[in-house]
Every structure is written in C-alpha cells, then in structure tokens.
Ligand binder design. Structure first.
Ligand code: HEC
Ligand code: HEC
Length: 382
C-alpha cells in the first residue's frame, strides 16, 4: 500500500505480477544456502580435520606423476573453481569442460556423464587418469606415510597412522578431498534476496529486483520450461538430459555421455556397491543399485547447476557455447531433429524475442555473487 502510494501510476503498472503457483515455483529454488549434508558413504565427511587435510591435498602437486599438477591447477578458486577454458587441459587436451566445484557436495551423480556415484569416488578419476594427473595409489600412499605434515594430518583425520595398503590410502585421501570440496558453497545472490522477500510478502524488498530479471525469471519457470530440469535450490535436478548439443568429439568419434558413464560406473571398484562405501546400512547405494542403462541415455549429459553460471568461461559439457547469450539463443532456436524423438520433449525451440532473450540472460546473471575472499588453509599440525 505504502509502496504503491509512493510510486507513479506508470511505475506501479510495470510491476511483475506473480500467481500463487509462480510464487510456489520460485520458493522451491531456495532457501539458500541449504544446510550442509553429511555423506554417509564417507566416514570423515563434515569433520574439520578431514576438511583441512583435503584442502592441503587439493593444492598439492605431488599427487601427480610429474609433480606439477594439482586439483587446483584445473579447479582454481579465483576462476569459479574451474580453469577459464572451454575444454579441460591436462597432459593433453581433454574432450570436456572442467566443471565448477561450487555446491558439488549436494549432488548425487558426478561428472558430465555421471560415471561417479559419490564425491570421493569421482575424485579418484583425475588422480589416476593418464591424461590428467597420471598418479597412482602407490604414489598417494607414499605421500601420506612419508610426508611429515600429511602423515600427521592423516592421523588426525582418520584416528590412526597411515597403513601399508596403498589402495586403502588412496580412498582415504579422496574421502578427505571430498570432505573439503563439500564445503564449497556459493554465496547468496540477488535472486535469493528476491525469492525470500517474495515468499515473505515483502513488496518493498521484491521491488529491488530489476524488472528485466523478474521477467526473465517468469520465462524460466513458465513458458521456457527451464525449471523442469534446472530445478530446486541449485537449479538442477541432479539428473541427465539432452538439450541438443552435438555429441561428436571429432569426425567419427562420439561422446555417448550418460550411456558410457553408466558402463564406467558399473565397472568401477569404487562405486557405492563396492567395499569402500562406509555406510553399513547400504541405503546410500540405492540409486546405484537401481539405475538402468537405457538407449535413451545416449547423448545425455548432467544438468548443470546454474548458480554462479555467469562466471563460467564457456558453456555445456564440451564448452561449445561461449556466452550466456549463445546458450539462450540455442534454447530459442534448438533443432527438433537433433533431439531424441522418444518421450515427451522437454526442450523445444522457444522462438524468443530479442527482449525475452535479454531478460532471460539478465535473470541467469542474477544467480551470481562475489564469493568472500578465501583464507589460507589452517596448518595441518601446528
Ligand atoms: C587436468 C584438469 C583437471 C584436474 C587436474 C582435476 N580436474 Fe576435476 N575435472 C576436470 C574435468 C575436465 C572434469 C569433467 C570430467 C567429466 O565429466 O568427464 C572434472 C570433474 C570433476 C568433478 C565432478 C564435478 C561435478 O560437477 O560432477 C570433481 C568433483 C572434480 N573434478 C574434482 C577434482 C579433484 C578433487 C581433483 C584433484 C584430485 C581434480 N578434480 C583434478 C578437470 C580436472
Ligand atoms: C531437458 C532438461 C533441460 C531443460 C528443459 C533446460 N535445460 Fe539447460 N541444460 C540441461 C542440460 C542437460 C545441460 C547441459 C547440456 C550439455 O552439456 O550438453 C544444460 C545446460 C544449460 C546451461 C549451461 C550451463 C553450463 O554450466 O554449461 C544453461 C545456462 C542452461 N542450461 C539454461 C537453461 C535455460 C535458460 C532453459 C530454459 C530456456 C533450460 N536450460 C532448459 C538441461 C535442461
């Protein structure tokens, strides 16, 4: 009432109206941040000593064969926990983009193809992959036993001295690395302030969210159908989809996405059905036990979170779209021929006007905020 009285009639008319259903849809994208979750498959998840060890390991190039590459080489704090490139680069060029690690602790499938079913298992891949760190269990085991600081950090985190079983130590190292990565929670954004104000019915506060962003949000949850897949507080349902990005890696070679990822998952000795799952109840392995490999999984990739999306250097699993404007144009003009014909198409060419495209990009940019500066990690054994 007060607000309307203060504004000119023209400005008041410009306010975006929200139906009850729309308010509910927006509410589901919060609150932010969600409480941290403990990973039952990782016995040191959430423990400060393990988080500290994990942060040291994350920055330690001695995990790699040539002693020059750490996780932080590709997942840089100052570059949105990615590398600023369209595609990853290890010892050779990689076929996929390096994803940001923001909010990775809330996911349930990992990697663009879902080849990992836990954050710790996913973390093994870059250490052993020849094209990335090219390390080995023996090398990690030696490091945890012989380096004074790491050995002390290990003992604090796991309650016993590092033993002689290298594979076991590799798994413990990635569990500490996972405990650290789960602390990377992105900051609150302009969108979150709007969402909370809308839910609380605080009109003065909702009016601070620019109109273009509000119109973009309306499209996102409405005719755009974006939140079918980009659902919930992280703006992803954590599952997989095909939005019509080409899957040829080079002539004659395809990236089969989820189809290949499921084969890798089933064959991994480190999946949640294996002996390294710390969850005695077995409940954490339910998804892995029940997942089916279907032909429709060909060319599907994981639905990325859209938090901090404006900071990415490029978009999609292969970095093939350079800007958010290009992503929105893609959804506006996507070719139906390229999409799978089976099932209900969730993606269809939207035919957006230039104004609508601008609004949608403005909304996506409102999911971004500057993170607070990072402090140096605490020393392992002061
Ligand atoms: C050479 C660059 C490089 C290095 C080094 C590297 N990564 Fe990655 N990381 C990538 C790429 C590329 C992907 C995507 C892989 C895929 O989906 O096939 C990825 C994916 C991930 C994911 C999955 C994220 C998600 O959203 O599902 C996690 C977690 C991760 N990396 C953590 C780590 C950790 C921890 C280390 C160090 C042990 C590490 N990475 C080292 C490039 C790298
Ligand atoms: C069918 C599920 C689905 C729908 C509907 C959908 N997306 Fe996506 N979105 C995805 C998937 C899957 C990817 C990754 C595709 C890939 O890498 O090949 C993606 C990627 C993106 C990206 C790039 C993020 C990144 O980090 O690379 C943006 C931005 C995006 N979508 C925004 C939208 C918008 C805006 C809409 C609505 C117009 C929308 N999406 C509708 C599933 C969907």
């Amino acid at each position: 009432m007060l607000l309307a009285a203060l504004m000119s009639p023209a400005a008041a008319q410009e306010l975006v109206d929200w139906s009850i259903d729309e308010v509910r849809a927006i509410e589901r994208h919060g609150p932010w941040p969600p409480p941290l979750v403990r990973d039952p498959s990782n016995r040191v998840s959430g423990m400060p000593a393990a988080i500290a060890l994990g942060e040291h390991l994350f920055n330690d190039p001695r995990l790699s064969a040539n002693g020059r590459m750490s996780c932080a080489t590709c997942h840089q704090a100052g570059r949105n926990w990615s590398d600023g490139r369209a595609k990853g680069f290890g010892t050779v060029d990689l076929d996929r983009r390096t994803p940001s690690l923001w909010n990775v602790g809330y996911a349930h499938w990992f990697g663009w193809d879902g080849a990992g079913d836990s954050l710790w298992a996913q973390t093994i891949r870059p250490i052993l992959d020849r094209r990335e760190m090219a390390g080995s269990a023996a090398q990690v085991g030696r490091l945890l036993r012989d380096d004074k600081d790491l050995a002390c950090g290990y003992e604090r985190a796991f309650g016993s001295k590092a033993g002689v079983d290298d594979e076991h130590l590799l798994v413990d190292a990635v569990k500490a690395l996972a405990a650290f990565q789960a602390t990377l929670v992105s900051p609150r954004t302009r969108f979150d302030a709007f969402r909370d104000a809308l839910v609380a019915g605080d009109r003065a506060a909702t009016a601070r969210y620019p109109l273009s962003e509000q119109r973009g949000l309306k499209l996102f949850i409405g005719t755009g159908n974006c939140d079918t897949c980009h659902f919930g507080p992280r703006f992803t349902n954590g599952e997989f989809g095909d939005v019509g990005i080409a899957f040829f890696v080079r002539p004659g070679e395809v990236d089969s996405g989820r189809l290949g990822g499921l084969a890798k998952l089933a064959n991994s000795p480190f999946n949640l059905l294996g002996r390294y799952n710390d969850d005695a109840s077995g409940a954490s392995a339910a998804r892995t036990r029940h997942v089916q490999r279907l032909h429709a999984n060909f060319g599907e990739f994981r639905v990325p979170s859209l938090r901090q999306v404006g900071r990415a250097a490029a978009y999609m699993h292969d970095g093939s779209l350079a800007t958010l404007e290009e992503v929105v144009r893609h959804y506006s003009e996507v070719s139906l021929d390229r999409l799978h014909s089976d099932g209900t198409p969730l993606v269809r060419p939207l035919g957006l006007t230039p104004q609508q495209r601008t609004d949608l990009v403005a909304f996506l940019r409102s999911l971004d905020a500057d993170p607070p500066p990072r402090l140096a990690p605490p020393s392992l054994c002061p």
